[in-house]
Design a protein around this ligand. Structure first.
Ligand code: NDP
Length: 446
């Protein structure tokens, strides 16, 4: 990065947040791609937009005490980072995973600013969660944890202030418990969380939205480059919410998905992974992916999750977690003929892996554009709650499809306008940034 202003912003971020590697990684990636914008826009430098945008509006960290089934009191740490509300109320998911810390929530909140801007809907950026591990917990333990989490968080959120949603470890069950506790504490029914159940204000197609949206975005990117999903071999990491519905949509679009994983290992099914079986296993029975081979004898199970990237494929859709594809895995993908990586998870590729994609002229769909379908549909859930309406599955899916097409178009146009055609990472950062930066400048120094 040559620009002195951007260099000094990055140095300040590093000094202020020394123990936050994921946050620094996310900021570095964005600042590097914004260099041509900053050179054309001295007004944004004069308004010091960059130094302001990398500092969260506020960071809320709190104790979450809860009682386990044996009667012991457990304590976890809760987070909500309200990063930027220049274009709308804070919006972003809640993650429950033992790896959660301030750095991870801040990187996710920072990315969320640009992702939400790309959706074309008025939503600011935020993220939250806890280092609570839902694995192996009973339903009652999950409920008590979620209630305690909301006992503190409720005072910081509101339908026009901050509207959290799901992420890793937070699905319909957890959102239900949190929503119930918010209603109990405030005596108010309002759409303060998205990803709710259909009978109580949820949106049809929200469950499917991130995975479907990923495939809609990827399809646009493939078509713009003379290709399509038809007849292609696809590898999808993870087997959670995003991965399951990416599997369904990629299959509907004519691809064969041959592998999926969880944090223990991966399955390879040469006949194509069976959507109904994975959905039953993960959503209903809440079992490990290795159980798949018990009902599908032609499939293989291998321990260790990074081995999934050694399976030859045309298209890779990482849908598990951050930094899951490193340089070595990216090189193996390229060597095996993979020509497209499109990200369902947030920041699943390390910076070195991204360099490998560009060096090999692979198509690269960055997370903040490719996985924005989830939050876009959360925005549509907010619209339905405000209007006291419920749209049909087809209506929501149709709007989602239109939004993903316009996100691709915005990334493509910005990449061309700033002299980097085909670099959709730069395009996404620039298009997402400009809307927020103009709003911050217009609203003055606040
Ligand atoms: P889920 O909790 O439903 O599923 C996560 C999946 O990833 C599971 O299969 C899990 O395996 C696996 N996983 C988690 N951590 C690791 C790890 N360290 N190594 C390998 N595998 C791991 O989460 P989602 O599907 O909702 O989220 C997946 C990704 O997509 C995240 O990066 C999230 O931020 C992103 N995302 C999600 C959106 C949504 O709408 N849900 C929206 C936009 C982005 P295991 O069961 O073993 O933990």
């Amino acid at each position: 990065m040559k620009n002195a202003y951007l260099q000094s912003v990055l140095e300040t971020v590093k000094k202020r947040n020394p123990a936050e590697p994921e946050f620094i990684q996310a900021v570095t990636e964005v600042l590097e791609t914004l260099e041509p914008v900053i050179e054309r826009r001295p007004d944004l430098v004069a308004a010091n937009v960059m130094e302001r945008i990398v500092e969260p509006d506020r960071q809320i960290i709190f104790r979450v005490p809860w009682v386990d089934d044996k009667g012991n009191i457990q304590v976890n740490r809760g987070y909500r980072i309200q990063f930027n509300d220049a274009i709308g109320p804070y919006k972003g998911g809640l993650r429950l995973h033992p790896s959660v810390n301030l750095s991870i929530i801040k990187f996710l909140g920072f990315e969320q600013i640009f992702k939400n801007s790309l959706t074309t809907l008025p939503m600011g950026g935020a993220k939250g969660g806890s280092d609570f591990d839902p694995k192996g917990k009973s339903d009652n333990e999950i409920m008590r944890f979620c209630q305690s989490f909301i006992n503190e968080l409720y005072r910081h959120i509101g339908k026009d202030i901050d509207v959290p949603a799901g992420d890793i470890g937070v699905g319909g069950r957890e959102i239900g418990y949190m929503f119930g506790q918010y209603k109990k504490l405030t005596g108010e029914w309002s759409g303060i969380l998205t990803g709710k159940g259909i009978p109580y204000g949820g949106s049809l197609a929200r469950t499917e939205a991130t995975g479907y949206g990923l495939c809609y975005f990827t399809d646009e990117m493939l078509r713009a480059n003379g290709k399509s999903f038809e007849g292609q071999t696809v590898v999808i990491s993870g087997s959670g919410n995003v991965a399951i519905y990416a599997l369904q949509k990629a299959t509907q679009l004519g691809a064969k998905v041959v592998a999926m994983s969880d944090s223990n290992g991966y399955i390879y099914d040469p006949n194509g992974v069976d959507f109904a079986a994975v959905k039953q296993l993960k959503e209903v029975e809440r079992k490990r992916i290795k159980e798949y081979v018990a009902t599908h004898p032609q499939a293989e199970y291998h321990e260790g999750c990074s081995g999934i990237w050694t399976i030859p494929c045309d298209i890779a859709l990482p849908c598990a977690t951050q930094n899951e594809i490193n340089k070595e895995s990216a090189e193996i993908l390229a060597k095996n003929g993979c020509y497209c990586v499109s990200e369902g998870a947030n920041m699943p590729s390390t910076p070195e892996a991204i360099e490998v994609y560009f060096a090999n002229k692979m198509l690269y769909g960055p997370a903040k554009a490719a996985n924005a379908g989830g939050v876009a549909t959360s925005g549509l859930e907010m619209c339905q709650n405000s209007a006291r309406l419920s749209w049909t599955f087809e209506e929501v899916d149709g709007k989602l499809h239109g939004i993903m097409k316009s996100i691709f178009a915005a990334c493509d146009a910005a990449s061309k306008e700033y002299g980097m055609p085909g670099n959709y990472m730069a395009g996404a950062n620039i298009a997402g940034f400009l809307k927020v930066a103009e709003s911050m400048k217009a609203q003055g120094c606040v």
